[in-house]
Ligand binder design. Sequence first.
Ligand SMILES: C/C(NCc1cnc(C)nc1N)=C(/S)[C@H](O)COP(=O)(O)OP(=O)(O)O
Ligand SMILES: [Mg+2]
Length: 566
Amino acid sequence: MATVGSYLATRLAQIGLRHHFVVPGDYNLVLLDKLALNPHLTQVGCANELNCAFSAEGYARAHGAAACVVTFSVGAMSAFDGIGGAYAENLPVILISGSPNTNDAGAFHLLHHTLGTHDFKYQLEMARKVTCAAVVIDRASDAPRLIDHAIRSALLASKPAYIEIPTNLAAAPCAHPGPISAVLAPEKSDPDSLAAAIDVAVSFLGNKLKPMLLAGSKLRAARAEKAFLELAEATGCAVAVMPGSKSFFPEQHPQYIGVYWGDVSTKAANNMIDWSDGILCAGTVFTDYSTVGWTADLKGPQIFTADMDHISVTGYDFSRVLLADFLSGLANKIKYNDATMVEYSRFRPNPTLQPTAEPEATLRRGEVARQVQGILTPNSTLFVETGDSWFNGVQMDLPDGARFEIEMQWGHIGWSVPSSFGYAVGAPNRKTIVMVGDGSFQVTVQEVSQMVRLNLPILIILMNNYGYTIEVEIHDGSYNNIKNWDYAALIETFNAGIDHITQLVEVDSTGDVVAHRQLQEAIHKLQLAVETPFDTSMRLRFQPLQNIVVLIALENGILPSLAARK
Ligand SMILES: C/C(NCc1cnc(C)nc1N)=C(/S)[C@H](O)COP(=O)(O)OP(=O)(O)O
Ligand SMILES: [Mg+2]
């Protein structure tokens, strides 16, 4: 016989997970022991449950799915914020929570960590709001069915799922797992609807003079990036992406024309969108953010919408048509029409190279962004945090193979630190770079200490502009003040007890005036840091830290109103 905990561990390993993120608590300790026994799974501790959920979210970005394990109520409540983010970003994260013994409710026990009532179902009710499937294992014999249902639902919908396991059932015997195909077998498109949707799309695009494609953030969740590329090359037309799907289409591809984000588009992509008479939108999500306050929300007869499992255009609507099936089926039937590329070639803007700052100039945001651009490789993954970093990141010109991670829908400040940590756990062979503001960094900075512990080579570019600057731009007030930190000293704290040489490099444009050339040198050396023992003779202020590089750039160009806020 298996146990409920070992059954769950086997299923997590069988769907390809090699790590799971945890915060222990007395409702989940036996379960954690069972999960830790599985030879394919490594347990990764996090500093709190918000970061635990965001770390799993980042792992899912790298690995396809993820799992995090928390304790009842005080743990899960905090994790729900990160799980809400995974829901909003279409990422299959399995949230697993310990819970009271099955006899506690019936005995009218009042329990610690709960709301102090006899009702222990509130967590399940809350979980139902932020997941696509939420189950409670009330009997060990139900565990196989319920665990399989929750995991399969999450993988098919690319949304989080919730599994609640009472303390006394984690080690209870249950049936051995059956074939994993019961969980992993893919859904199929309805063949008639698929054929009909493709025919409608062929005539929609076929009778347009200047059709083009727009890639959206759900392309990854639908596992349709390859099919989208196939369709693009079959049509020869211009291809734009939305900010939430940057890097889901190769940016060095001749048909790539930039990020469509209304007035903040790149490479004049918005001009082509406005000029086109027919746009196939694949996996797109139009929100107040992504449409720049509804100024670019693409409605009307010239829009053809291909969603994860649903196709629609004026007068037609097809369900159970999987996006990847639709795109590759359409690629086989579509007529070639490169009119939009011919037009775009007439005004394709030259790349705007940020001028290199003068050697002695003090450091500014543009110079930091220019130098980050310079270190991007096909193996880079660039995380951009909510705030100014979004705009710096969206402008980056990605080499093919480079990936771009943004939390465009949930937009939770602080997401990038734990998410990049989880991502790097899931994809250690990639070079993870994070651009994050000081306000965001302060929300979830604890997970830098996990980066230290796991010796992950992550480069964090912290843009310290003394506060919530985006908020200042939106609507100023004293509430946008934050206390500046001595980040070097903070990082030293994380380094306690670690004897490896890694560096926190603080490039301070006031006080120790450090010209930008030293930033370049620092970045260059930081790159070396992950391969070779670090040269500790840096002239910059630094604190030894385990293979993590946190580069803190105080932006000299801070808004005058902020200057006084130190
Ligand atoms: C407070 C808030 N948004 C509101 C907000 C508040 N709470 C959560 C969890 N998420 C949010 N987006 C935002 S964008 C700050 O300007 C971020 O500051 P910082 O990281 O320092 O970046 P910038 O200075 O470039 O803006
Ligand atoms: Mg800031």
